[in-house]
Design a protein around this ligand. Structure first.
Ligand code: HEC
Ligand code: HEC
Ligand code: HEC
Ligand code: HEC
Length: 208
C-alpha cells in the first residue's frame, strides 16, 4: 500500500467508527441514571439524581406531585385546539405541570429545594415552551364517553389504564404527559412507555 492509501484507509475506518457511534442508541437503558433526566453530572452543585425533582423531607404540597422538590411553573399556556377535537382541553394539570416546570423553559432546571436556579433548558425539540397548540393534547378526561363522541378511539379499559396490558396509565381519568412517557425509564428511547414501531403507541388508543 502506498502512504496515501494507508492514510485514506485509516480515514475511512475512523469515519465508519464515527457513523456507527452516531447510529448507536444512546438511551438503551432502564432506570434514570445516565439519562437526560439525570442532572447529577451537570456540575450544578449536587451529585444526587432524585433531588432535582424529589426530596424525602419538607416537600412542597403540589397535587399529584410525589414529594416534589422542584419549582412549579406559573406560566399560562395555549392549549391544543382543533375543529375535530372532542376532548375538553384546558390549562395543564397534575403531573403534566411538573414536566412543564422544566420543559416550558420558564423555570430553571436547577430551581430545586428553594434554590432560584440559573440553568434553563436549551432551545431545541425538548423545550416545548408555553405554546402547546402544536403538541398532542394533555390534561383532559379520557373516558368511554369521549371514545364514543370521537368514534375513532379505544375506550379505556378502566379509569386507570388505556389498554389491556396496562402500559399507558391515566391519572384520575386524565391523560397526561406521563400517559405516554415514563420519566424514570429511558430503555425504549424518548422516555416512552412503549415502543412506537409501526406507530404502536398511537394505535394503542387511536383506531386508525
Ligand atoms: C426529572 C424529574 C425527576 C427525577 C430526577 C426523578 N423523578 Fe421521580 N417522578 C417524577 C415525576 C414527574 C413523577 C410523577 C409522574 C409519574 O408518576 O410518572 C415522579 C414519580 C415518582 C414516584 C411515584 C410514582 C412511581 O413511579 O412509583 C416515585 C416513587 C419516584 N418518582 C421516585 C424517584 C426516585 C427514587 C428518583 C431518583 C432515583 C426519581 N424519582 C427521580 C420526576 C422525577
Ligand atoms: C428537572 C427538570 C425536568 C423535569 C421535571 C422533566 N424533564 Fe424531561 N428533560 C429534562 C432535560 C434537561 C432534558 C434534556 C433536554 C435537552 O436535550 O436539551 C429532558 C429531556 C426529555 C425528553 C427527551 C429525551 C430524549 O431522549 O430526547 C423527554 C421525552 C422528556 N424529557 C419528557 C419529560 C416528561 C414527560 C416529564 C414529566 C413526567 C419530564 N420530562 C420532566 C428535564 C426535565
Ligand atoms: C400521546 C402520547 C404523548 C404525549 C401525551 C406526550 N408525548 Fe412527548 N413524545 C411522544 C412521542 C411518541 C415522542 C417521540 C417522537 C419521536 O419519535 O421523535 C415524544 C417526544 C417528546 C420529547 C422529545 C422531543 C424531541 O424533539 O427531542 C419531549 C421533550 C417530550 N415528548 C415531552 C413531552 C411532554 C412534556 C409532554 C406533556 C406536555 C408530552 N411529551 C406528552 C408522545 C407523547
Ligand atoms: C393514551 C391514548 C393515546 C395515545 C397513546 C395517543 N393518543 Fe392521540 N389522542 C388521544 C385522545 C383521547 C385524543 C383526543 C381526541 C378528541 O378529543 O377528539 C387524542 C388526540 C389526538 C389528535 C388530535 C385530534 C383532533 O381531532 O384534533 C391527533 C392528531 C392525535 N391524537 C394523534 C396521535 C398520534 C400521532 C399518536 C402517537 C404518537 C397519539 N395520538 C397517541 C389519545 C391518545
Amino acid at each position: 500500500m502506498t502512504r496515501l492509501h494507508t492514510m485514506l484507509t485509516a480515514a475511512a475506518v475512523l469515519l465508519t467508527g464515527l457513523v456507527m457511534a452516531a447510529m448507536m442508541p444512546t438511551q438503551a437503558q432502564a432506570g434514570i441514571a445516565g439519562t437526560a433526566h439525570d442532572l447529577s453530572a451537570q456540575g450544578w452543585g449536587t451529585t444526587q439524581i432524585c433531588i432535582f425533582c424529589h426530596t424525602p423531607h419538607n416537600a412542597q404540597a403540589v397535587p399529584g406531585a410525589p414529594l416534589w422538590n422542584h419549582a412549579v411553573t406559573v406560566a399560562t399556556f395555549s392549549a391544543y385546539t382543533s375543529a375535530t377535537l372532542n376532548a375538553v382541553v384546558g390549562q395543564p394539570t397534575g403531573t403534566s405541570k411538573l414536566c412543564l416546570s422544566c420543559h416550558d423553559g420558564t423555570v430553571a432546571l436547577d430551581s430545586y429545594g428553594g434554590n432560584a436556579g440559573t440553568h434553563f433548558m436549551d432551545p431545541g425539540g425538548a423545550k416545548l415552551g408555553t405554546d402547546l397548540t402544536n403538541d398532542h393534547p394533555i390534561s383532559f378526561t379520557y373516558d368511554a364517553a369521549l371514545a364514543t363522541a370521537d368514534g375513532g378511539l379505544r375506550s379505556p379499559a378502566s379509569d386507570k389504564y388505556v389498554d389491556a396490558a396496562s402500559t399507558l396509565p391515566l391519572f384520575s381519568a386524565q391523560m397526561q404527559c406521563a400517559t405516554c412517557h415514563s420519566v424514570h425509564d429511558n430503555s425504549k428511547g424518548k422516555f416512552l412507555r412503549m415502543l412506537n414501531n409501526g406507530s404502536a403507541l398511537c394505535l394503542a388508543c387511536h383506531l386508525k
